[in-house]
Design a protein around this ligand. Structure first.
Ligand SMILES: [Zn+2]
Ligand SMILES: [Zn+2]
Length: 345
C-alpha cells in the first residue's frame, strides 16, 4: 500500500491508510482525505453472504488506491457489497458512495435530514448554498472565505464527491432496527456534529459504530454553519453524548482515528472540554462584547490558517455562544454594520 501514501510529512501519531480487522469480521479501511484530519475510516462488516460498508471516503486518487488495496487485503469484492450505511453528509464520509452504489446495486441507508443535505450536492447546488453560508459568517465578523471545492476543477469535484440519487437511498430514523447480513443494528440519531448523523449499535456483542460522534484524541467539530440548520447544535450534541454514554459498548469504531474501549469515559472527557471552552469564552466576553470571529482568533491563536479552518473555528465558537445564549448567559447586540456581537446577559 506504499504508493497510496500522500507525500506530505506525517505526524508521529497519525493513522496510516491501511486495512485491518479490528473485530471479528469487521475491517477498518482507512483512506487519506485532503483535510487536516488527513484520514477517514470506512468499515466493512463481513457476513456469510456478502458485506456491508459503513461510510464511503472521498474519491481522490490516493483514497481510491487505498480503498482498492484495502478490499484486496480483506478479500472483498464490489459485486458482493449488499448495503452502504452513510453516517452523515460530510464529503469525507459520502464521496465514493455514488459510484460504489452504481457498481454494486447495494442498498444505501441514511438519516432523512442528512439525506436531504447530500441531495444539494447531487443537484450541484453547493455554490448557491455556500453563498448563503458566507453571508451568515459575514454577520459574525468573518471576512469572505473560499470553499475548499472552489479550488478544485468542477469536473474533478464530480470524481471526488459523488452521491447516489434520492431514489436509491432508504432513509432511516432514530430507534429503527436495521437488519444487515442477518445481524440486527439499532439506529441511534446523534445530532450535533451534523444535524442528521446516525450511529449504529449491535446489541448482540456491543459493537458501536460511532461515526464522528465520539472520536479519540480530538473532539468532533460542533459548529453552527447556517441559519437554516438546527439552531443549537451544541445542546443537541451534549444531549446526544448522554444518549450513547451508557450503551454497553465493547468496542467503539470512530470515523477518524483508532478504535477505543471506554465509551463512557470518552463522552465525559468531551463534555468537560466543552464546559472549559465556554468558561474561556465567557471570560473574554466579560472584558467587552465581541463578535464570533474575534473570539475565535483569540481562542485558536494563530491556528486558523486556511479558509476551511477559519470557517470551522468560527462555526464552533458560534455554536458555543448560541448555546450560552439559549441558557440565558449571553445576549446578542448589533453594530451599525449589522455585525452580531455577544455580550453578558
Ligand atoms: Zn463529519
Ligand atoms: Zn469525518
Amino acid at each position: 500500500m506504499q504508493n497510496a501514501l500522500p507525500e506530505r510529512p506525517r505526524r508521529a501519531d497519525e493513522p496510516l491508510p491501511e486495512a485491518r480487522e479490528v473485530a471479528f469480521h469487521i475491517w477498518k479501511i482507512t483512506v487519506p482525505i485532503p483535510f487536516p484530519l488527513r484520514t477517514v475510516n470506512m468499515y466493512a462488516l463481513v457476513g456469510e453472504d456478502g458485506w456491508v460498508l459503513i461510510d464511503a471516503g472521498m474519491g481522490t486518487p490516493d483514497a481510491r488506491a487505498a480503498l482498492q488495496a484495502g478490499l484486496e487485503r480483506a478479500n472483498l469484492r464490489i459485486e458482493n457489497l449488499r448495503a452502504i450505511v452513510l453516517t452523515h453528509h460530510h464529503p469525507d464520509h459520502v464521496g465514493m458512495s455514488g459510484e460504489l452504489q452504481e457498481k454494486s446495486g447495494a442498498k444505501v441507508y441514511m438519516h432523512s435530514i442528512d439525506e436531504a443535505a447530500i441531495q444539494i450536492l447531487w443537484a450541484h447546488a453547493m455554490p448557491q448554498r455556500f453563498g448563503r453560508v458566507s453571508k451568515f459568517f459575514l454577520q459574525h465578523g468573518l471576512p469572505q472565505t473560499q470553499l475548499w471545492l472552489s479550488h478544485v476543477e468542477p469536473r474533478a469535484v464530480d470524481d471526488i464527491i459523488r452521491v447516489p440519487p434520492h431514489a436509491a437511498i432508504t432513509v432511516v430514523e432514530d430507534g429503527e432496527e436495521l437488519e444487515l447480513l442477518g445481524e440486527r443494528y439499532r439506529v441511534i440519531w446523534t445530532p450535533g456534529h451534523s444535524d442528521g448523523q446516525i450511529c449504529l449499535f449491535r446489541p448482540r456483542d456491543g459493537v458501536f459504530l460511532a461515526a464522528d460522534h465520539v472520536l479519540p484524541r480530538i473532539t468532533p467539530n460542533i459548529g453552527l454553519y447556517s441559519p437554516h440548520d438546527r439552531p443549537n447544535p451544541l445542546e443537541d450534541y451534549l444531549a446526544s453524548l448522554i444518549k450513547v454514554a451508557d450503551l454497553p459498548a465493547t468496542i467503539v469504531l470512530p470515523g477518524h482515528g483508532e478504535p477505543l474501549a471506554d465509551l463512557k469515559g470518552r463522552t465525559s472527557e468531551i463534555t468537560y472540554h466543552h464546559q472549559e471552552r465556554e468558561a474561556e469564552l465567557l471570560t473574554m466576553i466579560q472584558q467587552q462584547p465581541q463578535h464570533a470571529y474575534q473570539l475565535a482568533e483569540q481562542l485558536f491563536q494563530g491556528r486558523l490558517k486556511s479558509d476551511e479552518a477559519r470557517r470551522m473555528g468560527v462555526a464552533e465558537v458560534i455554536a458555543h455562544l448560541e448555546h450560552m445564549r439559549y441558557n440565558g448567559l449571553l445576549k446578542q447586540e448589533r453594530t451599525q454594520d449589522d455585525i452580531i456581537l455577544y455580550a453578558i446577559a
